[in-house]
Design a protein around this ligand. Structure first.
Ligand SMILES: [Mg+2]
Length: 316
């Protein structure tokens, strides 16, 4: 998400729903091609209502902040979370050689034409893939607040995000192998300087000879949270070996949809996971929430929680 989130966010109102957008005849679903991409991927934002609910006052009946307590606690304190991230990147490192050697290999569903001899690249999402923004989530929990672009921007401009375990090492390894490293993030373009500074402070070197940090809205064609046009830009000059992300929208424009639709797509591409696509765990926000809510973030927090409860399966 802008973090993806942020960007992500961006999505909320626009997020408002694959179905709604589809109703507007904006798009077709389940294709990796820009021409028939689904509605803009609701970035990951978000959980308790995103911007739409940002102005809501917490009520005694619904503690908004506590909604994410276990998830943020897990990310910030569980060794299991850190181990999970490290194993994802360690697996990626093992695959990189094979991906590099096989010139027919591409991780981007929309990579077409004669790409076999193009220089290799990997594409990484930034938020919750390379940069850890759980501190911002912790603020929301402690402040009993929901995401807003204002508080998100304040956090990003602080340039205090830390590295997701294993990310910097993988990026170093790839660069050392001559693989170009691109970042495609739904953080908005006005956050690019802070994002670059934050990455640099963590030892993540950026190629200064070309723009490798592709922000949402950096040019008119990149206004959508759907990352396909930005992936296509990279794919025009590079063979994409691997893609990294914490949300399905970091791999395909088909990330929106119902829980069943998303699951069907992920299963149909089961061979990609762990080879071409490496996903990082993020229980704190993401497109999985929009899937349960039909991307209707105009719902009240109470209504959203009810939808989530209805989505649970107790098998009884
Ligand atoms: Mg992300």
């Amino acid at each position: 998400m802008v973090r993806a989130a942020a960007s992500r966010v961006a999505g909320n109102s626009s997020n408002s729903g694959r179905r709604f957008l589809a109703g507007l005849a904006l798009v077709a679903v389940f294709s990796g091609v820009a021409g028939c991409a689904p509605a803009p991927v609701a970035e990951d934002r978000r959980a308790a209502g995103g911007e739409a609910a940002a102005g809501r006052q917490p009520t005694a009946a619904v503690d908004i902040g506590l909604d994410n307590l276990n998830a943020v606690l897990w990310v910030q304190t569980a060794v299991e979370y850190r181990a999970n991230s490290r194993q994802a990147y360690a697996l990626a490192a093992r695959v990189l050689d094979e991906a590099l050697a096989d010139r027919g290999w591409t991780a981007f569903l929309g990579q077409t034409g004669r790409y076999e001899d193009l220089p290799p690249a990997i594409i990484l999402d930034i938020d919750e893939t390379v940069l850890d923004n759980s501190y911002y989530e912790a603020r929301l929990v402690l402040d009993n607040a929901v995401y807003s672009s204002d508080t998100w921007d304040t956090w990003v401009l602080q340039e205090a995000a830390t590295a997701i375990p294993g990310a910097a090492e993988l990026i170093d390894l790839a660069a050392g192998m001559g693989v170009a490293v691109f970042f495609v993030t739904n953080r908005r373009e006005h956050l690019e300087d802070a994002t670059r500074t934050n990455l640099g402070a963590l030892g993540i070197a950026l190629d200064e000879s070309t723009d490798t940090v592709l922000m949402r809205g950096e040019n008119p064609e990149w206004e959508s949270s759907d990352k396909t046009p930005r992936w296509a830009t990279v794919a025009a000059t590079h063979r994409i070996l691997m893609m990294f992300g914490d949300s399905m929208g970091d791999f395909t424009a088909a990330a929106e949809g119902t829980v069943a639709e998303r699951r069907a797509f992920a299963e149909a591409h089961r061979d990609y996971w762990g080879s071409k696509w490496i996903t990082l765990a993020n229980p704190t926000y993401g497109s999985f929430i929009g899937a349960v809510l039909d991307d209707d973030f105009s719902l009240s927090v109470e209504q959203q929680n009810e939808r989530k409860r209805q989505a649970l399966d107790p098998k009884r």
